[in-house]
Design a protein around this ligand. Structure first.
Ligand code: NAP
Length: 230
């Protein structure tokens, strides 16, 4: 099995994906700012503290890993969302979303590709349903995710001949701490959200294809769409 880097590994989808990858036998370097909230200890899970808004720090952190390891899987999962009418979203939050949701995956992928060509590995980008469907009150967030979607599809065309697989996952409302700081959340009914374990299951499905077949896109949606105001 191979080495993986998972961003946003301290909670939610990234944590579930990290657990699943470790269970599948991979060694996971998890990147986030704060692992004090993360209840997961395993010899094959290596937490790395790094703020993705700091590109120089990110480059150094990842170059250090790549000096020691051949990378097989890069999961660009970390993300932040600020929602509301666009005129109310402060520029510093717009900038944070662009940095974490879009610039960091582009920089990380740039750093990882040489190693991934060697291992015939995977780039798995966790986008969002908002990349595919226009909606209100999350225009800047959707723009970052649509950018990630377009980057992913174009990169697959660019690198497919070299054996690298590039995959985009589009979760709809998923029950994670993503909603902790927002003024809305999924309705408390299992039909109204996707679980982070389901997204991890999608990642396992992506990685379980025969060599030669690439699942390039996976969309996960809850049966019902119902949000509630806090
Ligand atoms: N939940 C949903 O409904 C939903 C739907 C569609 C797509 N998504 C996407 O799924 C991905 C995972 O989100 P989630 O739902 O699992 O939310 P989450 O539980 O809030 O996890 C977000 C992760 O990103 C990390 N992160 C945020 N800012 C960072 C920074 N500056 N530097 C390093 N790490 C940073 C967080 O770690 P620290 O805070 O410890 O740094 C955390 O591990 C995101 O890209 C999100 O946009 C979520």
């Amino acid at each position: 099995m191979g080495v993986a880097i998972v961003t946003g590994a301290s909670s939610g989808i990234g944590l579930s994906v990290s657990k699943r990858l470790v269970k599948m036998g991979h060694r996971v370097y998890g990147i986030a700012r704060d692992f004090s909230k993360t209840v997961f200890k395993d010899l094959d899970f290596v937490p790395i503290v790094c703020d993705l808004t700091d590109s120089a720090g990110l480059v150094k952190t990842v170059e250090d890993i790549l000096k020691r390891e051949d990378l097989y899987i890069l999961v660009n999962n970390a993300g932040v969302g600020y929602f509301g009418p666009h005129e109310t979203i402060k520029p510093k939050y717009i900038e944070e979303m662009v940095r974490v949701n879009l610039i960091a995956p582009l920089v990380l992928t740039h750093l990882a590709l040489r190693s991934l060509r060697k291992t015939q590995g995977y780039v798995i980008n966790i986008a969002s349903i908002t990349a595919l469907h226009p909606g209100r009150f999350g225009c800047a967030y959707a723009a970052t995710k649509a950018g990630l979607h377009q980057f992913s599809s174009s990169l697959f065309e660019e690198v497919r001949k070299s054996g690298v697989k590039v995959v985009t996952v589009y979760p709809d409302i998923t029950q994670t701490p993503f909603y902790d700081k927002l003024n809305f959340e999924p309705e408390d009914n299992p039909y109204c959200y996707v679980t982070p374990e389901c997204v991890a299951g999608a990642v396992e499905f992506i990685l379980s294809q025969r060599e030669g077949t690439v699942v390039t896109q996976v969309v996960l949606r809850p049966q019902r769409l119902q949000l509630r105001k806090k």
